[in-house]
Design a protein around this ligand. Structure first.
Ligand code: ADP
Ligand code: MG
Ligand code: MG
Length: 869
C-alpha cells in the first residue's frame, strides 16, 4: 500500500487521498510555483492508524523513513545535522477544508544542539531561539495537550515585567529564559521531557495530528458543517522556510478577492519578522498587503501574478498563505477562499462575466441556504444617523445584529441554550476552542486582530456579522467586564454590531427589511431561466406579499385566511360568530367579516397584478379564536354583552382533546357551511371588483384537510354554489379553480379519486408529516432531539422531507392525481417548500411549484435551479 506521496506526485484532484492542503501543495508544485519541498502522508494512512489502535503501522513508518531520506537528499539538509539541520512543519489537512480545526507544528527538528547550529549558520541567535520556543509551545500544546495559554502566559509575564509592547522586543536572553521555562512546564504539566530526537518529534506530531481528527472541536466543526467523520485527515511534512528570520522576512495570508464583499481586488495582510499563525492569531496588528508594493515591489509583483494565475487555474477565488524568507517568496497554501454569502454571489456573477465560469456553474457555486443570510435585516438608516457608534473596528463580515454580550464561548453558549438569549461573543481574540460559542452568536466582536484573524475568517464562513480589531474595546476576562472609552459593559448587556462598516453601538437600534442587490437579482434571474419549478410565497398580508414580490415570487401559493381574523376588531366579530346559537345570530358577524376579508383579498389581488394567488379557506379549530382563561372570558363577555357563564360553557363545549385531529378544515365546512360561503363571497367579490377595474383575476380556492373524494365533493359543491350565485347576482363571470390540500394520508392513497373533484393539489407537508408519523408537531420537542441524536431519524422531518415515508405518499399522490388529470397542477406549501434538500426531491417527483415564506423565496429559487441542473 502506498501511504506517502511526494508533492511532485500529486495534483488537485487527489483531495480525498491527500487532503485539500496536500493536493493543492502538489498542484502548486506542478504549476512551478515556489513551494518548499515535502510529502503528504495520506488519509488512508490515517484510517490505517485508526485500524491499528491509534498507532502508525510498520508500512507507514518505513515509508516515512524513505520519504525523509529523499527529502534530505533533495534539499541538502538532514535531521539533527550539525552543519545543516533539516527543519519541517507537520501540517494537517483534511479533504474538506476545516480552517483552524486541526493542529500544525512548525520547526520540528530543533533541539538543544540544532538550535545552536541554526543560530551559528544564520548568524542570528534570536531567530533560532524564537523558532525553538515556538516549537516547544506548539509541540507541548498539540502532543502533550498543555494549554496554549500556559505558554502564552510565560511570554506575557516577561513582556509585562520588561514593559515590552510586542513580541519583537523579546531579547535573545529573554528567549533563552522562555525556552528554559517551557521545558520546566513540560515536566510540571505532563511529567515528560521534550524529545530531543527529531525523528521522535516528527512521529509524535504525526500521531497527534491523526488523533486530532477526533478532537472535540474538530467534531463540533464537522457536525456544524455536515462533514462525514470517517474521511480522516492527511498530514503534510514540509521543509521549513522562515518568515521570522529578520525584517526582510515575513508571513502573510491573502485572498485574491475581498472575502467580505467579493470585490475583485487582492486582499490580504502580512507581518514582517513573524512566523506561522502570528497573522491569524492577531498577536500584532498586521499590515495590508498593498504596502508590500512599496517595500518589496518585485516580490509584490511576483505575488500578484501568482495569485492571478492560481485564480484562473482554479477558476475560483483563492485563499493563499505565503512566507517571505530574506526577500524570497514561498507559497505555503492555496485553497478556495471562504466568503460571505454576499461575496459568494458577487464572485459567481463576476466570474461569469470574466468568462471563467458558465452560468450553470456559477449557480452551483452558491449555497442556497446561505442566500437567506444576504436578506437579513440591516440597521434602520434613520436611527443609525442619530446614533453615535461607541467604537469602531474592521468590517470583518457584513450584516448587522443585536444581542447580549458574553466574554467566553461557554457563557455565550449557556445563555443561548438555557436562556434562549440572542448572544454576541465579545473577546480579545478567538481561537478554535471558541467555535461552539461562535456558532450560536448573532455577531462576533474582537478587540484585536485583522481581517484574516480567526474570528474574521470563521465569521465570514458562517455568514455571521463581525467587527474585529476594535481598538477602543478592552475585555478583562479576569473580572468579567469589558469597557469602551470608559463605558463599563457586563455580560448580558445589549450591543449592536454592524459588520458592514465595523461599527459598534450601545443600546437598541431597529432593524429594517432588506433588499435584493443587483448581483443577487442576476443570480435569481439566471435561476429562473434554469428551473421550471414555480416558486410562490406563503403570504397572508399585503406586507408579506410585497416583500415576497421583491424577492421574485411568482405569486402566492398559500394565503392562510385565519391569520386575517386575529386583528382585535375582527377577532371580536369572529367570537360573536362562534358563540352564536343559530344561523340567524350568525348573519350579522358574517357580514362584517365578509366586508373585512373582501378588503384583504382585494389588496392581495391588486398587488398580484394578475399573478396566481391561492387562498385557503378557514383551517383551525374554532376554539383557537376563543378566550382561554377566566380573566379573558370576563373581558370578552363584557365586550360582547353576554353572560360570562354562558361564554365559559361555550368555550368548554368547543374544547377538544386532540384539536389538530379535531373539528377543523373542511370538517368546519360540513358543520358550519356559512363560514366558507362567506369566505367564497369575499374572494369572488374582490375578484369581480378588480374585473370591473380591468384586472383579470382567476381565483384559486383551496380546501384544507380533505380526506376523501366524498368530502371534497361536498365542500366543492358549497363553494361552487356560492360562486355561481354571485355570478348570477352580478351578471359577470370569471375563471376560477377549486383545489385541495393534500395533507391527510388517506387523501394521498385515494388521490386518483380526489383528483376527480379537485382542480389542483397542494401538499401541506406539516400536517402530512404529522399524520404520517403520528408525531404531534407541537409536542415533538420532548423526544425529537433524542431521535436525531440516536440516529433514529436522519433529520427533523418537519424541516427536510422524509423521502422514504412522507415522500412516498407524495409520489403516489402525484402519480394517481395525474392519472386522473394529466395536467393537474401540484404544489407544496409550508416551510419545507423552501428547503433546498426537499426541493431536490419535489423536483424529482414532478411537483409543479413550491410555496414558502417570503424570505425563503430566493433560497427556493436557487435550489430549484440547482435541482434542475
Ligand atoms: P492551518 O490549516 O491552520 O492554516 P497550516 O498547516 O496552514 O495550518 O499552518 C499554519 C501556518 O504555518 C501557515 O500559514 C504557514 O504560515 C506556517 N507554515 C506551515 N508550514 C510551514 C513551512 N514549511 N514553512 C514556513 N511556514 C510554515
Ligand atoms: Mg493554513
Ligand atoms: Mg394543514
Amino acid at each position: 500500500m502506498k501511504y506517502i506521496y511526494r508533492f511532485e506526485e500529486g495534483n488537485k484532484d487527489m483531495r480525498r487521498l491527500l487532503g485539500g492542503k496536500g493536493a493543492n501543495l502538489a498542484q502548486m508544485t506542478a504549476l512551478g510555483f515556489p513551494v518548499p519541498s515535502g510529502f503528504t502522508i495520506s488519509t488512508e494512512a490515517c484510517q490505517a492508524f485508526y485500524d491499528n489502535q491509534n498507532q502508525l503501522n510498520d508500512e507507514t513508518l518505513a515509508q516515512i523513513d524513505e520519504a525523509l531520506e529523499q527529502l534530505s537528499a533533495k534539499v541538502g539538509k538532514s535531521f539533527g545535522s550539525s552543519n545543516n539541520p533539516l527543519l519541517v512543519s507537520v501540517r494537517s489537512g483534511a479533504a474538506i477544508s476545516m480552517p483552524g480545526m486541526m493542529d500544525t507544528i512548525l520547526n520540528i527538528g530543533l533541539n538543544d544542539q540544532t538550535v545552536q547550529v541554526l543560530a551559528k549558520m544564520t548568524d542570528n541567535e534570536r531567530f533560532a531561539y524564537d523558532s525553538y520556543r515556538r516549537l516547544l509551545a506548539m509541540f507541548g500544546n498539540v502532543v502533550y495537550e498543555i494549554p496554549e495559554e500556559t505558554f502564552d502566559q510565560v511570554l506575557e509575564d516577561i513582556k509585562t515585567m520588561n514593559h515590552y509592547d510586542s513580541d519583537l522586543d523579546l531579547t535573545v536572553k529573554d528567549l533563552h529564559t522562555i525556552v528554559g521555562k517551557f521545558k520546566e512546564l513540560y515536566i510540571a504539566q505532563s511529567g515528560k521531557e521534550f524529545p530531543q530526537d527529531p525523528k521522535v518529534q516528527l512521529l509524535a506530531a504525526v500521531n497527534a495530528v491523526f488523533e486530532s481528527w477526533n478532537n472535540h472541536r474538530a467534531q463540533v466543526y464537522r457536525r456544524e458543517n455536515h462533514i462525514a467523520s470517517n474521511l480522516g485527515t492527511a498530514v503534510n511534512v514540509q521543509m521549513m522556510v522562515f518568515g521570522n528570520a529578520g525584517e526582510d522576512s515575513g508571513t502573510g495570508v491573502a485572498f485574491t478577492r475581498n472575502p467580505a464583499t467579493g470585490e475583485n481586488k487582492l486582499f490580504g495582510e502580512y507581518l514582517l519578522n513573524a512566523q506561522g499563525e502570528d497573522v491569524v492569531a492577531g498577536i500584532r496588528t498586521p499590515q495590508p498587503i498593498s504596502t508590500l508594493a512599496e517595500t518589496m515591489p518585485d516580490l509584490y509583483n511576483e505575488f500578484v501574478a501568482t495569485a492571478k494565475k492560481l485564480e484562473i487555474h482554479y477558476r475560483d477565488m483563492q485563499d493563499l498563505e505565503f512566507t517571505i524568507e530574506h526577500g524570497t517568496l514561498y507559497m505555503l497554501q492555496a485553497r478556495n477562499g471562504k466568503r460571505t454569502p454576499t461575496a459568494a454571489v458577487k464572485i459567481a456573477v463576476d466570474l461569469v462575466e470574466e468568462g471563467l465560469l458558465s452560468r450553470t456553474e456559477a449557480l452551483l457555486r452558491i449555497n442556497p441556504d446561505s442566500v437567506g443570510a444576504i436578506l437579513y435585516p440591516e440597521f434602520d438608516e434613520d436611527q443609525l444617523k442619530q446614533s453615535q457608534p461607541a467604537a469602531s473596528g474592521l468590517p470583518a463580515s457584513p450584516g448587522a445584529a443585536s444581542g447580549q454580550i458574553y466574554f467566553t464561548a461557554e457563557s455565550a453558549k449557556a445563555a443561548h441554550d438555557d436562556k434562549h438569549e440572542q448572544v454576541i461573543l465579545v473577546r480579545q481574540d478567538t481561537s478554535p476552542e471558541d467555535i461552539e460559542g461562535m456558532v450560536i452568536s448573532e455577531a462576533i466582536v474582537t478587540s484585536r486582530g485583522g481581517m484574516t484573524s480567526h474570528a474574521a475568517v470563521v465569521a465570514r464562513g458562517m455568514g455571521t456579522p463581525a467587527a474585529v480589531g476594535v481598538n477602543d474595546l478592552q475585555v478583562d476576562y479576569k473580572n468579567g467586564v469589558a469597557s469602551i472609552k470608559g463605558n463599563q459593559l457586563q455580560e448580558g448587556d445589549w450591543i449592536f454590531v454592524d459588520g458592514t462598516n465595523g461599527n459598534l453601538y450601545l443600546g437598541k437600534i431597529q432593524t429594517n427589511d432588506s433588499k435584493v442587490n443587483d448581483d443577487l437579482s442576476t443570480i435569481l434571474k439566471w435561476s429562473k431561466q434554469e428551473g421550471d419549478l414555480g416558486v410562490y410565497a406563503n403570504a397572508d398580508t399585503p406586507a408579506d406579499f410585497t416583500q415576497a414580490l421583491k424577492f421574485g415570487a411568482d405569486g402566492i401559493g398559500l394565503t392562510r385566511t385565519e391569520h386575517m381574523f386575529f386583528k382585535p376588531e375582527r377577532l371580536l366579530e369572529m367570537r360573536r360568530l362562534i358563540i352564536a346559537e343559530d344561523v340567524e345570530q350568525r348573519k350579522a358577524p358574517l357580514e362584517q367579516l365578509q366586508t373585512m376579508q373582501q378588503g384583504d383579498f382585494y389588496e392581495l389581488y391588486r398587488l398580484s397584478e394578475g399573478r396566481s394567488v391561492t387562498i385557503r379557506l378557514l383551517d383551525p379549530p374554532l376554539h383557537e379564536f376563543l378566550p382561554h382563561d377566566s380573566e379573558e372570558i370576563a373581558k370578552v363577555s363584557d365586550q360582547l354583552g353576554i353572560d360570562p357563564d354562558y361564554l365559559t360553557r361555550r368555550v368548554d363545549s368547543l374544547k377538544e382533546i386532540n384539536p389538530m385531529l379535531g373539528h377543523r378544515g373542511d370538517r368546519l365546512a360540513v358543520t358550519f357551511p356559512d363560514i366558507y360561503e362567506m369566505q367564497v363571497r369575499a374572494i369572488i367579490g374582490a375578484a369581480l371588483t378588480l374585473h370591473d377595474q380591468g384586472l383579470e383575476i382567476e381565483p384559486h380556492i383551496m380546501i384544507p384537510l380533505t380526506g376523501s373524494k366524498a368530502e371534497m365533493q361536498w365542500v366543492r359543491d358549497i363553494v361552487v354554489n356560492q360562486v355561481e350565485r354571485l355570478f348570477d347576482q352580478k351578471g359577470a363571470k370569471l375563471d376560477y379553480t377549486v383545489g385541495t390540500m393534500m395533507e391527510i394520508p388517506r387523501a394521498c392513497l385515494t388521490a386518483d379519486k380526489v383528483a376527480e373533484v379537485s382542480d389542483f393539489f397542494s401538499f401541506g407537508t406539516n400536517d402530512l408529516t404529522q399524520l404520517t408519523y403520528g408525531f404531534s408537531r407541537d409536542d415533538i420537542g420532548s423526544f425529537m432531539p433524542e431521535y436525531i441524536q440516536k440516529g433514529l431519524l436522519k433529520a427533523d422531518p418537519f424541516q427536510t422531507v422524509d423521502v422514504d415515508g412522507v415522500g412516498e405518499l407524495m409520489r403516489m399522490a402525484v402519480e394517481k392525481g395525474r392519472f386522473t388529470k394529466p395536467r393537474l397542477p401540484i404544489g407544496v406549501c409550508g416551510e419545507i417548500g423552501g428547503d433546498p434538500k426537499s426541493i431536490e426531491f419535489f423536483e424529482s417527483i414532478n411537483v409543479s411549484y413550491v410555496s414558502c415564506s417570503p424570505y425563503r423565496v430566493p433560497v427556493a429559487r436557487l435550489a430549484a435551479a440547482q435541482a434542475r441542473i
